[in-house]
Write a protein that binds this ligand. Structure first.
Ligand code: MN
Ligand code: MN
Ligand code: MN
Length: 276
């Protein structure tokens, strides 16, 4: 099995890098990319555990970007995690993330009376790179919502009382940052943005123009029909195909590490490109 998209406690995942490696061994995942949101902080740790466990690690990241009016996620794979320009880009994202989270915290206090919501979210995360997922957990912990999705529906989603627009880097900045760090940029979970066919084509063209090379043909919750559609898209635009569960932890992910469906045979797997 190959899984090129998952999260650890260094972003909004529930597993430590060592737990991810144990799961990889259990699930016979031979090639694993850790792709935490806007950070490479978990990579040193996962390498140290993977070495003993015979799991190959691909250094990854999932960058949030702004393209037109959409928030899009771009995965960087096989990056140099010490690249100084990439680290500068990450620093910029971290600052935006922190500012946004502090503002979400204030609006949550106003909307439902949770004091110091930002600090509580940092406690839940165990770090200060918090995102909406951590606030959704906070709302559950406080008994305000019953499940994870309700937090987004009632407070955190677009148009709701604690919604704060993000100021992520551009698509071009993310792709070129990944490419300059020696990696391949991949459009994450292309079906998740609910773009029309025409808009998705437009995104792919802009992405390719910026130097992007790959697309996630299969993600955790991809249906067989969508996998076929995305395989067609990847071939039409001559993109390398990636696959990943987008696993965040058993409590929150329906698809476990390495358990996403297999890549359609017509695709060009990105690991062939790496010679793996
Ligand atoms: Mn996430
Ligand atoms: Mn994502
Ligand atoms: Mn993800």
């Amino acid at each position: 099995m190959i899984d090129l998209h998952c999260h650890s406690i260094f972003s909004d995942g529930l597993c430590s890098p060592s737990e991810l490696v144990s799961l990889a061994v259990e699930r016979r995942v031979k090639l694993l990319a850790l792709t935490d949101h806007d950070t490479v902080s978990g990579l040193d740790s996962i390498h140290s555990f993977a070495k003993q466990a015979n799991v190959s690690i691909i250094d990854g990241i999932e960058l949030s970007v702004h393209w037109k009016k959409y928030d899009i996620h771009i995965i960087g794979l096989a990056i140099n995690r010490e690249d100084s320009a990439l680290l500068a880009l990450i620093k910029q994202q971290t600052d935006s993330r922190r500012q946004r989270a502090q503002q979400i915290g204030l609006q949550l206090t106003a909307a439902c009376g949770i004091d110091n919501a930002y600090l509580h979210a940092c406690d839940i995360a165990g770090h200060d790179r918090v995102g909406r997922a951590h606030f959704a957990k906070l709302l559950m912990d406080k008994g305000i919502t019953n499940d994870f999705k309700a937090g987004f529906k009632r407070f955190l989603g677009r148009g709701r009382a604690a919604y704060v627009a993000s100021s992520w880097i551009s698509l071009e900045a993310a792709v070129s940052g990944i490419v300059k760090a020696g990696g391949q940029a991949v459009i994450a979970h292309p079906m998740k943005y609910k773009l029309t066919r025409t808009k998705l084509d437009e995104l792919v063209r802009a992405f390719k123009e910026a130097g992007g090379q790959g697309i996630e043909v299969v993600s955790g919750e991809t249906t067989p029909a969508d996998a076929q559609t995305m395989a067609g898209l990847s071939n039409r635009f001559d993109l390398l195909a990636s696959t990943g569960s987008d696993f965040h932890g058993h409590e929150v992910s329906r698809v476990a590490l390495g358990q996403q469906r297999i890549l359609p045979a017509s695709c060009k797997p990105i690991w062939d490109y790496w010679g793996k």
